[in-house]
Design a protein around this ligand. Structure first.
Ligand SMILES: *[C@@H]1O[C@H](CO)[C@@H](O)[C@H](O)[C@H]1NC(C)=O
Ligand SMILES: CC(=O)N[C@H]1CO[C@H](CO)[C@@H](O)[C@@H]1O
Length: 302
């Protein structure tokens, strides 16, 4: 979705014309349930399951688990497009991801939707906007025929941290927005999500000015944990709540014309528990729209 067409809606005005619905994509892990690396055939099985809903996925690192090398031929075979990625946080990860992309992208641009450089690096304070722009520009030079951008938390677009990207000509911006991690009760979660995205878009539009029409802004990650997940204050993990968030928040955002990547496609039971901001152990293994063995959890029609 181009920003210029979305913003009037963000401000709450009626659309001049009915705009096309947004595109649903999925965040996709690069490991099997047992923690082994996915092979091309595993990605193909993933795509077979996702195919009725979507033809677009994003990954997080091109070299981890040889994911770019394995996912690109799978995408080609199954008619999918992929947002490939560079993890720029260290010299080592930047170099191995860009090397992996150099061996995979040329000749396969038709299945590469974009390349993201960084995932929430501004949110973690790992880079300033200027530093991230430099990394993005390095990758742009390597792949002049591919759209290159980044993914970060919605509030880093809203609070000006990402301004150097906008003034620096980056045209692919993914904003992650988890009402769950903001501790929203499910009854208010979709409103929080819309509010987050609106704030991000409004600021990006303001800074971009006339260039806004060239910027693609999409939700990079959103979702809700299902039964077995951890609660986060009033945000309660349950399959029913995940369905509610999907139907109201995600389907609503798509109808509004915004592209959305759902986090995430499949449960990842290999993931270790992490410690959250509140010091509690957080389960990260129940965020899939589908189970680890690719079974439905809830009705996924919009
Ligand atoms: C619901 O979310 C909106 C947007 O973030 C917020 O302004 C409002 O206070 C919330 N309402 C409740 C009852 O939590
Ligand atoms: C430039 C910069 O701050 N890089 C740091 C990003 O974070 C990693 C750890 O996740 C550090 O090792 C880098 O030095």
């Amino acid at each position: 979705m181009r920003l210029s067409t979305l913003l009037p809606l963000a401000l709450g005005l009626a659309p001049a014309a009915v705009s096309a619905a947004g595109t649903l994509g999925f965040a996709l892990g690069d490991k099997n349930p047992d923690g082994s690396c996915k092979a091309q055939s595993d990605y193909e099985a993933d795509f077979d399951k996702l195919s009725p809903l979507s033809k677009l996925v994003r990954i997080y690192s091109a070299s981890d688990c040889n994911s770019a090398k394995n996912i690109v031929p799978a995408a080609k075979a199954k008619g999918f497009k992929v947002v490939l990625a560079v993890w720029p946080d260290t010299e080592e990860s930047f170099n191995s991801d860009t090397a992996a992309l150099k061996s995979v992208v040329p000749g396969n641009e038709d299945v590469v939707e974009a390349i993201t450089v960084g995932s929430e690096t501004l949110y973690r304070g790992n880079f300033t906007g200027e530093q991230l722009l430099e990394k993005i520009n390095q990758v742009k030079q390597m792949f002049p025929n591919v759209v290159v951008g980044t993914a970060d938390s919605w509030n880093k677009y809203a609070d000006g941290t990402a301004d150097p990207l906008i003034t620096g000509g980056v045209t692919y911006l993914l904003g992650n927005a988890f009402a769950y991690w903001q501790g929203a009760p499910i009854t208010n979660a979709s409103r929080v999500y819309f509010d987050d995205i609106s704030q991000a878009i409004e600021h990006v539009q303001k800074i971009a000015g006339a260039n806004a029409k060239n910027i693609r802004f999409a939700t990079g990650e959103t979702g809700w944990p299902t039964d077995g997940g951890s609660n986060y204050g009033p945000a309660v993990a349950s399959t029913q709540n995940a369905e509610t968030f999907y139907k109201q928040g995600v389907c609503g955002m798509l109808k509004w014309g915004m592209d959305v990547f759902y986090f995430e496609a499949f449960d990842e039971p290999w993931k270790p528990k992490s410690v959250g901001d509140d010091g509690q152990a957080e389960d990260e293994t129940h965020w899939g729209m589908f189970t680890a063995d690719r079974k439905d959890k809830f009705d996924t029609t919009c």
